[in-house]
Design a protein around this ligand. Structure first.
Ligand code: UDP
Ligand code: MN
Length: 221
């Protein structure tokens, strides 16, 4: 039996957002027993995400949490702010409050590529580097039980660069021996940290200038 999987996806407005979320939603259609928790980095939900979720045919929860200015501060150990922190914490808050059955939580950023066999593996911990707790956000899952047992655990924007995941996992009281390596002892790659190239629509301005023509701004992209 595959346990219920809560899939947490932070997302932010950009030209390629709908493309990325469409691709992810089609992947998730192939996975049984999930709830997709999509958290917008915004002060209010957007129509793009609202419409996409409504037509996704998935069980979903639509949340929003604007990244706080404190989360964006840079320090010597954090040369680039962590992304998606406040959104993942909002999802964790929702899960602690609303999801009391057994299950696991997996943090799936909106632009990665996921092999659906990954979700058959999500039964505890995932890590790609089992020597220490050194894993990407997409490299592990955590049980609801563990989240409830460690009610204060959350992602901390103050974590050093590269340590957002380890800082969170340590708060769950987990050590190396508690990890359950998956994917044939971590010999199979089931998720890719892909990045969608930033789109440019600068030609729109030129077309307007040269031909006095413009795309219909009411069409959702
Ligand atoms: N994200 C966000 N707000 C931002 C930037 C990113 O909510 O200002 C989300 C983004 O949509 C993604 C996750 O946080 O789901 C990780 O961001 P990104 O993919 O840009 O980071 P990287 O892959 O470079 O770690
Ligand atoms: Mn990414």
């Amino acid at each position: 039996d595959i346990p219920r999987i809560y899939i947490v996806t932070p997302t932010h407005t950009r030209l390629t957002q709908k493309a990325d979320l469409t691709r992810l939603s089609y992947t998730l259609r192939l996975v049984p027993n999930i709830r997709w928790i999509v958290v917008e980095d915004a002060d209010q939900p957007s129509d793009i995400v609202k419409n996409l979720l409504a037509s996704s045919e998935l069980h979903y929860t639509h949340l929003f949490a604007k990244t706080r200015p404190e989360s964006l501060k840079k320090t010597a150990e954090r040369w680039r702010p962590h992304r998606g922190v406040d959104q993942r914490n909002e999802a964790i808050r929702w899960i602690r409050q609303n999801a009391k059955q057994t299950g696991v939580v997996y943090f799936a950023d909106d632009d990665n590529t996921y092999d659906i066999r990954l979700f058959e593996e999500v039964v505890g911990w995932h890590t790609s580097l089992p020597r220490n707790i050194s894993t990407d956000m997409a490299g592990f899952a955590v049980s609801l039980q563990l989240l409830d047992d460690n009610a204060g655990a959350q992602f901390r924007a103050t974590a050093a660069s590269g340590y957002l995941e380890a800082d969170f996992i340590k708060q769950l009281g987990v050590t190396l021996s508690d990890l359950e390596p998956r994917a044939e002892e971590c010999t199979k790659v089931l998720v890719w940290h892909t990045k969608t190239e930033k789109s440019s629509i600068k030609n729109e301005a030129l077309i307007l200038k040269w031909y006095n023509y413009t795309s219909d701004p009411n069409i959702e992209v």
